[in-house]
Design a protein around this ligand. Sequence first.
Ligand SMILES: Nc1nc2c(c(=O)[nH]1)N(C=O)[C@@H](CNc1ccc(C(=O)N[C@@H](CCC(=O)O)C(=O)O)cc1)CN2
Ligand SMILES: Nc1ncnc2c1ncn2[C@@H]1O[C@H](COP(=O)(O)OP(=O)(O)OP(=O)(O)O)[C@@H](O)[C@H]1O
Length: 187
Amino acid sequence: MIAKKQLRQNTKKYWKHLSFKQRQAYQKDLMAQLLALPEWQEAKVIAITLPIGGEIDTQPIIDAAKSSNKVIVIPKTLPGKQMVFGILTDKKALKKSAYGILEPGEDAQWVAKETIDLLVVPGLRFARNGQRLGHGGGYYDRYLVDFTGQTVSLAFPEMFVDEPDWEVTTYDLPVNKVLVAKEDEIK
Ligand SMILES: Nc1nc2c(c(=O)[nH]1)N(C=O)[C@@H](CNc1ccc(C(=O)N[C@@H](CCC(=O)O)C(=O)O)cc1)CN2
Ligand SMILES: Nc1ncnc2c1ncn2[C@@H]1O[C@H](COP(=O)(O)OP(=O)(O)OP(=O)(O)O)[C@@H](O)[C@H]1O
């Protein structure tokens, strides 16, 4: 087992050194895989995050959802490591959180957990069985406890392993699917 802290650092370092071209290729491939999923096609309400650090650029995914008249909701973190999701409308209505992530503003329209059809779960490292390593807040682990919709995560190849190489606890809930960007010759 490798310390979670070490693995998180590794991913952040990897993000830093990933070339723009390679990143673009991975993002394009992941988006194509996501849009091809029945879970995506059938979803009316999709929850996703706005990126921090080197996380995947979700804007093209959000644009695709909007062109298909899907509703996009994004999280707001609350005390007690809880989250609520609010409808993403105007970028100007967003507010920066303490983590430096854009969140819905005060007057956003909040949605009940049951209305989210597909939850795109962020993370730094993923395993084939759907286990994930996040930023360490436990926000998604708490949210997933009673979430009944579909879940999917998006991984660049170096963020994906066959088996978790970190310690998995009973709090850690797997996602239904992990999509992995296909490797190619771009460097
Ligand atoms: N883009 C995005 N939005 C998200 C999440 C996410 O993982 N990605 N979250 C998913 O939960 C929630 C926010 N959770 C977060 C938890 C911790 C840190 C963070 O920056 N932690 C520090 C160090 C933490 C520590 O070890 O004390 C860091 O990573 O440097 C960021 C977001 C909701 N929004
Ligand atoms: N359902 C839960 N109830 C209570 N505590 C929890 C729950 N889920 C996680 N925790 C606690 O939250 C802390 C962070 O968990 P963990 O390191 O798994 O976060 P993460 O999955 O990396 O982050 P995130 O879910 O925010 O992306 C741990 O101390 C863990 O025990």
